[in-house]
Design a protein around this ligand. Structure first.
Ligand code: GLC
Ligand code: MG
Length: 588
């Protein structure tokens, strides 16, 4: 932490104990009755690693359907599925060869319909991944585009070669996320095509009105099959500057970044372009039309955006284009590490609210299929504290499958590597980029392949850690487990204080973060998280909340905590072991 922050922090402590200032979550947001998505937990399922029903080593739709009771048991009411569409699986299904069909590895459209119907019976909404930036190079649109067959000729971003000293070169210096030039020469068409991701993922061209309409039809197709919304994949990359200027170098690329890595450039011409915001507004209208024409329930759009905070917030839309739409808040993932202390957390949360547009729904993403699992990234000791945090802050919580048991990354050797990002980095550097470790199969029990599959070889190896960490061991109600912490949190967040209450955040010393939720005429809640690895003794009795804080009830306690759920404690002295964390209430 830099000196200025330390200074602010010291002053902060004195101030916060005199008067606590609630964070400016806008009045509109606090007052409004919430729609289903605004306080939901979206549980991300990575289908290939969730449950294999047919023994081929790959998870599938029927597997997900069999496991719906698990979702019901932990209490999640909406599940977002990573892509299940027809795909050569070069980039984990994000390379789609038919946007309106299911990959045979995952099942059929009938399987999908059955899954949605069964989920509906259990009050679970299904949200799909919508991948608008690119298709697979095996998509028939691309094959026709190569041949200049109308209307597909300009469905993709094509450009002429630049001839330098008589040799053919890409039109500019743009680099793909997965390394090296973002342009690939196509001999047959005699032009380069853009691919911001793998070579097999050509970028679609949103300046073509037929393409724009086709992609709207994709949204309509899946809404007609009963889905409740979409997670929009890599939206900021949707449109590029038309004149294709070279991108400048990143002034701070970091020590591990090489010239052919994506991090080497500052991607100002390939991200967050005005047309992208316009297309998004059109999609929101498509969703609104669908909901108006059917059950009137809002369909949600969740946007994957790794953009700078001000640009990220613009994806919330403006006054004329509001609706059930939010850009993921990835700042916990991007800006916090194992080393972050309570003041870093407090700053991050307050900073987020500083930028959040008025009346918009906050959200908190803890993990996904692109980032190391929480225990591996933030330290196993902090698993419960972090679940407590995202589940008790205002708004939406986004949780990746396996977080309910604190599953850690698996080990995937170079030989077993599947992720194109890892493969493109080569054997020496693949561990810097590969996303396979967070994608290894889910640990259900201690049977073969952790209960994930009966196959002799699963698509990614099952981690050995399943023997200690699995659903079956953690699920019984009397077990002190991450699972039961998670489950209790999901129940608790239904309380009106969590749905509509104000938020205040305090750091006590360097290590203890306290998030306070308050609502008139309702009990107050305090998430007290020891983010440090040392013992802490704290006094909560000075905290000004709207009822006396001499005594507090333990609503949730982290695994191994000394004080058990349901206990009444004195607020004056709370001893916290390393990472020991609680959600406390005035609901005595
Ligand atoms: C998103 C996905 C990631 C994928 C990429 C290209 O970032 O989350 O898994 O590789 O987009 O579709
Ligand atoms: Mg299977």
């Amino acid at each position: 932490m830099n000196k200025i922050l330390q200074f602010v922090f010291i002053i902060g402590i004195v101030v916060t104990f005199v008067a606590t200032n609630p964070i400016e979550t806008s009045e509109e947001w606090l007052a409004a009755d919430k729609e289903w998505w605004q306080t939901a937990v979206f549980y991300q399922i990575y289908p290939r690693s969730f449950q294999d029903s047919d023994g081929d080593g790959n998870g599938d739709l029927n597997g997900i359907r069999e496991r719906l009771p698990h979702l019901k048991d932990i209490g999640v009411t909406s599940a977002w599925l990573s892509p299940i569409y027809k795909s050569p699986q070069v980039d984990g299904g994000y390379d789609i060869s038919d946007f309106k069909d299911i990959d045979p590895m995952f099942g059929t459209l009938e399987d999908f319909d059955k899954l949605v119907a069964e989920a509906k019976k259990l009050d679970i909404k299904i949200v799909l991944d919508f991948v608008p930036n690119h298709s697979s190079d095996k998509h028939e649109w691309f094959e026709k585009s190569i041949k200049r067959i109308e209307p597909y000729t300009s469905f993709y971003v094509w450009a002429d070669a630049k001839i330098v000293n008589g040799t053919r070169q890409p039109p500019n210096n743009w680099i793909s996320w997965f390394r090296k030039s973002a342009w690939e020469w196509n001999e047959e068409r005699g032009q380069y095509y853009l691919h911001q991701f793998a070579i097999q993922q050509p970028d679609l061209n949103y300046r073509n009105p037929f393409l724009v309409e086709e992609m709207k039809n994709v949204l309509r197709f899946w809404m007609d099959r009963g889905v409740s919304g979409f997670r929009v994949d890599t939206l900021p990359s949707l449109v590029e500057v038309e004149s294709s200027p070279d991108e400048p170098l990143n002034p701070n690329p970091g020590d591990d970044c090489l010239p052919e890595d994506h991090c080497y450039h500052d991607h100002i011409y390939t991200n967050d372009q005005p047309l992208t915001y316009d297309i998004l507004a059109q999609w929101r209208d498509v969703l609104k039309e669908h909901s108006a024409a059917t059950d009137k329930v809002p369909r949600v759009i969740m946007i994957e955006s790794a953009s700078r905070i001000d640009l990220n917030m613009r994806y919330y839309g403006n006054e004329t284009h509001d609706g059930a739409c939010f850009p993921f808040n990835f700042f916990i993932i991007f800006n916090l590490t194992k080393e972050s202390d309570a003041t870093d957390y407090k700053y991050l949360i307050e900073n987020y609210f500083t930028y959040l547009p008025k009346g918009r729904t906050p959200n908190w993403v803890l993990g996904n299929h692109d980032r190391n699992r929480v225990g591996s990234r933030m330290g196993v000791g902090r698993i419960d504290a972090l679940n407590m945090l995202i589940m008790t802050l205002p708004g939406v919580a986004i949780s990746y499958n396996g977080e309910e048991i604190g599953q850690e990354d698996g080990y995937v050797s170079w030989e077993d590597t599947q992720d194109p990002w890892g493969l493109n980095a080569g054997e020496d550097r693949y561990l810097l980029f590969t996303r396979d470790p967070e994608r290894t199969p889910l640990h259900w029990d201690t049977t073969k392949n952790a209960g994930f599959s009966t196959a002799n070889k699963t698509w990614l190896p099952v981690s050995e850690k399943y023997k200690e960490t699995n659903v079956k061991a953690q699920a019984p109600a009397n077990v002190d487990s991450h699972y039961n912490v998670y489950k209790t949190l999901i129940q608790l967040r239904k309380k009106s204080t969590f749905q509509n209450g104000e938020l205040t955040v305090q750091a006590i010393g360097k290590n203890v973060l306290v998030a306070i939720r308050e609502l008139k005429n309702s009990p107050s809640y305090l998430s007290v998280l020891n983010l440090g690895d040392q013992n802490e003794i704290i006094d909560l009795s000075n905290i000004e909340i709207n009822s006396a804080t001499k005594k507090l009830k333990v609503e949730v306690a982290s695994v191994g905590a000394k004080i058990k759920k349901g206990s009444i404690i004195s607020a004056e002295k709370l001893e916290l072991g390393p990472n020991e964390s609680y959600v406390l209430s005035t609901d005595l």
